[in-house]
Ligand binder design. Structure first.
Ligand code: PMP
Length: 457
């Protein structure tokens, strides 16, 4: 007998939820006053709530995760069969889907050599930070341990990840933070902080300024999102990444790219960094790795990084002394393997490029119609609309305006995303990240709902 999840009346389940569950990013004072939304079914890009209302989900599960869409029976079956054979064993031993997925993943990442499994984006980033810290000890007497991060970037929810996050509202009240993390300025060209014409190289130059200020012999790595996601969907300006890469090389600083959002196809290439011709030392990923069908994240390194941990066979402590219990769950890599097959066999990278270009063009059309839109940004099926109350002064609209637009779209049956409690005074961006199977008709529906909502706000 299997536990029956559907026999309970919704009103009862809703009451249990209201009484017992502490929801993420939720003000429970407001939440308690209205019935919670409960999403009970999904197929393709669409989900249904417990009342049977249908929505087009333009944010892939609310958190840019369900890249291959809902209702993929082949992933469910692969996970089912694997769990029956072998559900879990500590990852100090090997597991079949882990080895197979690592090989397939590394095929997509020329220059990278090893995959370390864990369960969330935050955890993948923590592993990377520990790798950097340990390299400081293995090679530099512990000194080259600092990690530079960028204003507006987000790297996760743990104290270590928050210490490396450039978003005041996510950090506020959770300090004191871990030492050794240093902030550099953002690279949002729309809000150019400099007089220079060549914005990209100028913004990237801030990395060198920060390294020199801290002392190059103390800086081990820089962690950057390829496209800043929750901090405002910030696509990098031209010339940015070339300069970042050159500075990392010059000062022997490891380049860690956080692909938790962009990874596995979101921007039309396997990884966001692959648009910019750079060679990272460490890449972390989570959300799209198995599209939310199982919890899995990866910290991927070059062979050069991995080899540093094998070099001194006499040092009993010289290996990476890290463990993640659920990094041994076989459901993650088996779901990831099937997820990757789907992206390949259904040509979802091509679809993302084609339909993503259509989305961007439609959003530019919307900008010519609505004064409230200050800037349109995006790559692939990952786009943002930055809203301003005055185009000349670029004054950001209040977060409540964006909330109203999102609520209006929801009423129309379209779920859109928005920057949420991130960068102080700049929670003014609508974020769109539909599943990679989106069609032009889906895009038309999403854009029409935003158009209507903007006309009413
Ligand atoms: N990095 C980035 C860029 C993210 O957007 C997120 C989550 N939104 C994380 C890391 C943390 O991932 P998780 O919530 O799985 O810990």
């Amino acid at each position: 007998m299997v536990a029956n999840l559907t026999s309970e009346p919704f009103s009862h389940v809703a009451e249990l939820d209201r009484r017992h569950v502490w929801h993420h990013l939720t003000n429970h004072y407001a939440f308690d006053a209205s019935p919670p939304m409960m999403v009970v079914k999904g197929k393709g890009l669409r989900v249904w709530d417990a009342n049977g209302k249908e929505y087009l989900d333009a944010v892939s599960g609310g958190l840019w995760t369900v890249n291959v869409g809902y209702g993929r029976t082949s992933i469910a079956k692969a996970v089912h069969d694997q769990l029956v054979d072998m559900c879990f064993f500590a990852n100090s031993a090997g597991n079949v889907p882990g080895a197979l997925f690592a090989e397939r993943l590394l095929e997509k990442m020329p220059g990278m050599g090893r995959v370390y499994f864990s369960n969330s984006g935050s955890e993948a980033n923590e592993k990377a930070y520990k790798i950097v810290r340990q390299i400081a000890h293995l090679k530099y007497g512990g000194k080259k341990h600092k990690i530079i991060y960028r204003e507006r970037d987000y790297h996760g929810t743990t104290i270590g990840c928050l210490s490396s996050t450039g978003q005041f509202e996510r950090k506020n009240q959770y300090g004191p933070f871990a030492p050794g993390f240093v902030e550099m300025p953002h690279c949002l060209e729309y809000r150019n902080q400099y007089d220079d014409v060549d914005y990209g190289p100028r913004a990237a130059q801030e990395l060198e300024t920060t390294i020199l200020r801290e002392g190059a012999d103390t800086v081990g790595a820089v962690v950057l999102e390829p496209i800043t996601a929750g901090g405002g969907v910030i696509t990098p300006p031209a010339g940015y990444w070339e300069t970042i890469q050159a500075i990392c090389k010059k000062y022997d600083v490891l380049l860690h790219i956080d692909e938790v959002v962009c990874g596995l196809g979101r921007t039309g290439t396997w990884f966001g960094y692959q648009h910019y011709g750079i060679k990272p030392d460490i890449v972390t990923m989570a959300k799209g790795v198995a599209s939310g069908y199982a919890a899995i994240s990866c910290t991927v390194t070059t062979d050069a990084v991995f080899d540093l941990f094998k070099e001194d066979p006499k040092d009993r402590m010289g290996y990476f002394r890290d463990v993640s219990t659920f990094g041994g769950c076989a459901s993650g890599p088996v779901a990831a393997l099937e997820n990757l097959r789907i992206i390949e066999d259904e040509n979802l990278l091509d679809n993302t490029q084609r339909v993503g270009a259509y989305l961007l063009a439609k959003l530019h059309e919307l900008k010519s119609k609505h004064e409230l839109i200050g800037d349109v940004r995006g790559k692939g099926l990952f786009c943002g609309l930055e809203l301003v109350s005055d185009r000349r002064s670029k004054t950001p609209v209040d977060e409540t305006v964006v909330m109203k637009i999102a609520a209006d779209c929801l009423e129309q049956g379209v779920m859109i995303g928005r920057t949420n409690r991130s960068f102080r005074d700049f929670n003014n961006t609508i974020a769109l990240a539909p599943a990679l199977i989106a069609t032009e008709q889906d895009i038309d529906q999403i854009v029409a709902s935003i158009d209507d909502a903007l006309s009413r706000v």
